[in-house]
Design a binder for this molecule. Sequence first.
Ligand code: PMP
Length: 359
Amino acid sequence: MSVYWNSRTKNLKPYIPGEQPRDRHFIKLNTNENPYPPSPAVIEAIQNAAGDRLRLYPDPACSEFREAAAARYGVRPEQVFAGNGSDEVLAFAFGAFFETGLNSESAVLFPDITYSFYPVYAALWGIPFRTVPLDDNFSIRTADYKIPSGGAVFPNPNAPTGKALPLADILPLAEYLGKNGRVFILDEAYAAFGADSAVPYINEHPNLLTVHTLSKSASLAGLRAGFAIGSAELIEGLCRIRDSFNSYTLDRLALAGAAAAVCDPAYYDGINRRVTASRERVSATLRGLGFELLPSAANFIFMKHPSISGAAFFSALRERGILVRHFNKGRIADYLRVTIGTDEEMDVFLSACREITGS
Ligand code: PMP
């Protein structure tokens, strides 16, 4: 604690991102990055943008990227907001749509087991929230969200469980929240790996904000680009927050690369099919070895072994040069979240699992 920190800074409990090691070479299965490179068209676009024009500020409206995303998803550019990673989009969305205050009916709802940045954003903005327990099978039960609230947010598929909900559950919840004048933020960070996107339904649900990232399915975690698709009024709300903070959250290189990425679905469908095929192969092998896995619709698996604790398993993998993610809390303390890497990486991982469990 510093005497120079104000009380807000003192009270923050910042999000802790997964480790990005610099000292030693690991097989890195801890932060859900894509193991395959970005599209060659993305690299070329970034190289072309890396020139004299860096003297000039980037386009504050992010028009090229938004127009490309709009064309790709069949919406209008006014229905697209661009941000510096989807984390920034989510942070702005909390600030734009959820009320501060002490009234419990204005508390925002999200699952007890979900992306751990949500409570951090809520605390930063002073937004009250209530966590809703997943059911015994680690599924989100949307009926539990049909209560008075200040709005709702969760990922589909959820993280770190990897479990997806059908649109038949998502859309009625959007409808319920909309009738009550509340916003539903649907974080589709991992949707490309196996969940149906709600984007085609945004015109029917002006309170539904879908949030997307180029970090996972577009292999661009290092570029920092994300976007939201929703009604023009939601997008305008996000712009009001951004323009009260920093008009240029995406630089010229990111804008060029992001626009090129959304224009190359053929390349990305190809690499992401490889990721999901590896996920199915690895999942089947692990089940054969006695591991318990939740059914994953994401680019990671959530797994545990009946005879070894999550903490011990995490350490044993780390000693073998394999980094995964362990969340040391409650019902999920014995699980590990393992990102799907290349087939070669996953073979090393499977050998380590056999060795550690003696199977
Ligand atoms: N949402 C979820 C559910 C995530 O797991 C992540 C990655 N940590 C993000 C959003 C943020 O992704 P990014 O900021 O890289 O776009």
